[in-house]
Design a protein around this ligand. Structure first.
Ligand SMILES: O=C(CO)COP(=O)(O)O
Length: 124
């Protein structure tokens, strides 16, 4: 079963929830982890169940980065808000970097999330 992470900044959480709804059959076949608030909303508002890390600003991105460093994730969808500065920008940069180190698939907007999930479906 693929193991993936889902993360969205506040302004992007509705888009991530809609995206999960749209592809719920694929996400149901995955083990999903998420940062704290994203995970809470996914658990409450979608038909998938996710394992929640800490919230992003208090270490959740780093927890997901640690999973990448262990090669324990098959990919990440991280809908970032490109229009607002984040207090934990260094943590976000660290997560992006470790994905590049490990060649872990990383979709940071809906345009790349679509081919990401299509490739996931082909693996199921
Ligand atoms: O800040 C985040 C990613 O950088 C997301 O964290 P939350 O899911 O806890 O809002």
């Amino acid at each position: 079963m693929p193991r993936i992470a889902l993360i969205a900044h506040d302004e992007k959480k509705p888009a991530l929830i809609d995206f999960v709804d749209e592809h719920v059959d694929a996400f149901r076949e995955c083990e999903v982890i998420a940062t704290g608030t994203t995970g809470k909303r996914l658990n409450q508002e979608t038909d998938i169940t996710v394992d929640r890390m800490e919230s992003g600003p208090i270490g959740g991105d780093l927890m997901i980065g640690a999973e990448v460093a262990k090669n324990a994730l098959d990919g990440i969808i991280f809908l970032r808000d490109p229009l607002r500065a984040q207090p934990h920008e260094p943590d976000i940069t660290a997560l992006l970097r470790i994905c590049d180190v490990h060649e872990t698939p990383l979709a940071t907007n809906l345009g790349s999330a679509v081919p990401f999930v299509e490739s996931l479906k082909r693996r199921l």
